[in-house]
Design a binder for this molecule. Sequence first.
Ligand SMILES: [Zn+2]
Length: 157
Amino acid sequence: MNLKSAYDLGQRVWLIRNRREEYRDPCGFCGGTGKINGADGAKRHCPECFGRGGKRAWRPTKWLVDGQLTIGEVRIKVRCDGPAVDGHEMFDNFGEQKAMREVDYMCRETGIGSGSVWKEAVLFPNQIAAQKECDKLNAGTREAASWVPCESAEEGS
Ligand SMILES: [Zn+2]
């Protein structure tokens, strides 16, 4: 078996990310003030938001080029989902088209062995290619289904 990855150890790559931004989701019960006015004029903390006036929430922002990383670990996972050919159930030439292929990377800047795991789909050989991909994703011309959100790409500690 000859396994290949798009990027080699020590290679510099460009990372694209969709950062989440925090925003305040205002409480509907008190109108975001955190206080409720009683009939006697007294003010009390809103029972819905406990006086906070709302809650923290997160929403995705645009895709952007997030900088350069250096490949420090390559993880390749291949599997043949097709029927066995001549008794061979492992990955082979006949099963290649049905095979699953996943390549993940860990980088010197974000931890090797322990740290962030990056999908090959969010790494690019140069800044121009990375920016082009961001433009496609932000314009909606790239199918989101084929993309791994950055949250799950960052799992694995
Ligand atoms: Zn409230």
